[in-house]
Structure formats: C-alpha cells, structure tokens
Design a protein around this ligand. Structure first.
Ligand SMILES: Cc1cc2nc3c(=O)[nH]c(=O)nc-3n(C[C@H](O)[C@H](O)[C@H](O)COP(=O)(O)OP(=O)(O)OC[C@H]3O[C@@H](n4cnc5c(N)ncnc54)[C@H](O)[C@@H]3O)c2cc1C
Length: 417
C-alpha cells in the first residue's frame, strides 16, 4: 500500500477507518460504481483485524440465528435488521468468495481454515483495489473545516477533503497502538452527536490478590472450572471454561463472557463477586465425602490433591480466599471448593480490552446509520454503542454495520438533487 499526498478532491465518498467495518462499506460502494477513498491514520489498514487473527480468529458463529441475535443483548433491536441483511451464512459465503475456506470449531465458532486474518485481508484488499478503491494511509482525520471539508493530518501536512458523503468507521478505544483510540468521541460530541462513554468490554478485572498469590501463581491458567455470577436484577448465570490468574486479577475467555455484567455491577456497587466451582464434575456431596475422608498422616494439601484433584493454582486460590478456620472445617472447605467467592474491584483499563462498549448511540443515527446531526456522514463498526461477547459476534456486527452504512450512503446519494 502506498501513501498518497494528492488531494483526492474527486473522491465521491470518503471512508475513514480501514478496519473491517470501513472496508465493507467501501466494498458496497465500489461495487455500485461509486468512487471511494479509504483513509486511515496508520501506515497500513486492518491492524486490529490482523491482531484478532493472531490467536485464531473467530470470524462468526455457526449457532442458529435466534440465539446468535440474542448475544447483542439490549442492542438486538437496533442490530437485528442489519445482521439479518448480512447474517453469519452470508458472511461465510462472502469469505469463501475471497478464496478463503472456513471451518466450524467444536464450540460452534467459525474460523478461516488457516486460523489467520492475513490471507483474508490480503485477498480482500486486492479485490477492493481492483474495484477502484483508493487507499490513503497515514491520513489521520481530526474533524471538519468550516466549509464541511474533512480535515486530515498527513506526513505532508494538513489536507482538506471534500466528499459527497462519508463513512466514519473509526473503531473503539482499545489497543490504541493499532490505530483506534476513541479520539473521535469528543470531535463528534462537539458536533452534537450523542456518545455513550467508551468502556472496556471483554476485559479483565482487578482483584486485590496478596503478594504471595501473585508471586506464586500470576500467569497460571485455571482450567476445568465453572463460574457463577448474578448480574444486577438478573438471574444467576453458570458457565464452564477457563481463565488466567494475572498479577492484577483475572482475565481470559470465561471472564470476558461475564464482563458486561461484572463491569456494570462494579460501577453500581464498587465491586462484584464471582463464585468459582473448582471441580464442576463432582457434586457437593461427593466433595464433602472426599474432603472429610480420614487422611492419616497426610497433609491437608496432599489430601486435597489426591482425593479431590485440587492442586497448583486451584489450591493457591483456596488458601487465598478461605480463612484458616474455614480451611480446617471439612464442610466449609467443601462448600468453598464448590463455590469460591472472588471479589473483583475494577475493570482493567479500556486500552487492554478486546472491545469497547459505548460509542455513538443509536438515537444519534437514522436507520441507515447516518448521523442525524451531520447529514451525509454515516457511522459503522465498533464505534457504535453496542457490545457482544467474543466468539465472532464482534466482527459479524462490524461487517454488517459496515455494509448497512455503505448501502445507506448509496440511498442517500440517490436521494440528493
Ligand atoms: C486481541 C483481539 C482479538 C480479537 N479477536 C476477535 C475475534 O476472534 N473475533 C471477533 O469477532 N472480534 C475479535 N476482536 C475484535 C475485532 O477485531 C474488532 O471488533 C474489529 O476489528 C472492529 O472493527 P472496526 O472496523 O469497527 O474498527 P477497527 O478494526 O478498530 O478499525 C478502525 C480503523 O480506524 C482507524 N482510525 C481510527 N481513528 C482514526 C482517525 N482519527 N483517522 C484515521 N483513521 C483512524 C484505525 O487506524 C483503524 O484502522 C479482537 C480484538 C482484539 C483487540
């Protein structure tokens, strides 16, 4: 990809942000014969998309559409029509059209066959360029000039770009070094656009661990456990999975699955307590029997290890969270093994999160994702006010909203005199 210093005054539509949402909007427009320029502040586009591919990218999920749509929680009403218009099946067909095979993992998550994002992005960018999309990297958008032109900081200085319409697809506020830093929020707010505060989603949490636990177990994965949490005014949710004990607290897929409710509970109450079942395959009666069995001259630790399978970080957590008296009471210890309370005191900072909650509210947009306050300017992707768990739901909504914004621009251009 090359830098362009030319002022693309002829560009009909400016897409700002070359992540999955912006690129999808560009594709819709280019396919319709509209001239499109994509601007991105970074030296290359799609950096977060590439990172998402590093540990095995879930691009969507193969579950039935009804539960799939339910993953968007309170934003389902706003996203449903857009996702039905480009649903997981359509998304997979689109990926296949780029020559990338996909497979469904045991969890139902859909992955590119090579598990990486790079081949897909390469093929997609080649197709976009062939369709006439022009890319301007190292172009950082920072607002509008008085005459409505888009202002960019570039290596050659500031430029102003006049476009018939624009799509802002600027991402959330996490992993700032990859280009999405949420700096758009005050720019849009100053123009009267309603923005819900950006917050971490799919994030880790702080726990006030003792230095001993950090020293011995930071970085240790907790596997084959179940987590229960009761969100505010909600029913208790149990889920099996795994997470990692970190020097700050806890992180990993099982924690991320609960992160929205945990974050909101901490905001309301100052802390949130999760309960861990350290041996979900054994019922409480069995654990009571095993813990209470005579242990002869064996230490309690080796008894727990041989009888209940509690060792390593699981044993460390028990010592950390159970008082000495309760530890020596077999009944109380058995209950703790099946339901160990851990108090989370804060969400980790936004920059560390997988994704961002909050953003441009749906009240600020019409049904085509055009900003009510700024006719001709559309928004798409993670910068909109929705959140979803990991598992392909994030990218699916980014693609779907990018597509909707592209189609919205087409309709809007057609409606202009
Ligand atoms: C570690 C990690 C793993 C993930 N794994 C998955 C996964 O497996 N499955 C899944 O569904 N999702 C995953 N995600 C989330 C997914 O990557 C994002 O939701 C998605 O990339 C958001 O797409 P977007 O187009 O809205 O924004 P982004 O991909 O963030 O793109 C926004 C673009 O806008 C540019 N930009 C921002 N501000 C400006 C500006 N002022 N001027 C010019 N350009 C600007 C940025 O440089 C960037 O290129 C993961 C995220 C992370 C961090």
């Amino acid at each position: 990809m090359t830098d362009s210093k030319a002022h693309p005054l002829t560009a009909h539509v400016a897409i700002i942000g070359g992540g999955p949402a912006g690129l999808m909007a560009a594709e819709v427009l280019a396919d319709a014969g509209v001239s499109v320029a994509v601007y991105d502040g970074m030296p290359s586009v799609g950096r977060k998309f590439l990172l998402a591919g590093v540990g095995g990218m879930n691009i969507t999920h193969a579950e039935a559409l009804e539960p799939f749509l339910g993953r968007y929680g309170t934003r389902r009403p706003q996203l449903e029509a857009l996702i039905r218009n480009f649903d997981p099946a359509a998304l997979q067909a689109w990926i296949h059209g780029l020559g990338i095979e996909t497979f469904v993992g045991t969890s139902g998550r859909v992955f590119p066959k090579e598990m990486k994002a790079a081949p897909l992005l390469r093929a997609w960018l080649a197709r976009l360029k062939a369709a006439g999309v022009v890319f301007h990297v190292r172009h950082r958008w920072f607002g509008w000039a008085d005459d409505g032109a888009l202002r960019f900081a570039t290596p050659a200085g500031e430029i102003a770009v006049h476009a018939a319409a624009s799509v802002l697809a600027l991402g959330g506020g996490s992993w700032q070094k990859l280009g999405s830093d949420g700096a758009w929020a005050p720019l849009l707010a100053a123009r009267g656009v309603d923005i819900a505060p950006l917050q971490p989603s799919n994030c880790g949490f702080d726990v006030n661990w003792t230095p001993f636990l950090v020293d011995k177990f930071a970085g240790s994965p907790l596997k084959s456990i179940a987590l229960s949490f009761t969100p505010q005014n909600g029913e208790t949710v149990h889920k099996r999975g795994e997470f990692v004990v970190t020097k700050h607290g806890v992180e990993g897929s099982l924690i991320y699955a609960f992160s929205a409710g945990l974050r909101d509970a901490i905001a309301a109450n100052g802390s949130a307590t999760i309960h861990l079942d350290l041996v979900p395959d054994r019922d409480l009666e069995r654990v009571i029997r095993e813990v209470s069995a005579p242990r002869g001259s064996r230490s309690l630790s080796s008894h727990l290890q041989s009888k209940v399978g509690i060792e390593g970080v699981k044993a460390g957590l028990l010592r950390e969270c159970v008082s000495k008296e309760d530890f020596n009471d077999p009944l109380k210890l058995a209950h703790a093994i099946k339901s160990l309370p851990i108090k989370l005191v804060a969400a980790r900072p936004l920059d560390e999160a997988i994704s961002t909650a909050g953003g441009v509210t749906f009240h600020a947009l019409d049904e085509h994702l055009m900003l009510n306050a700024l006719p001709g300017a559309f928004c798409a992707g993670e910068m909109l006010d929705w959140e979803a768990p990991t598992g392909g739901y994030l990218l699916t909504a980014c693609f779907a909203t990018g597509r909707a914004a592209g189609q919205g621009v087409l309709d809007w251009l057609a409606s202009q005199p």
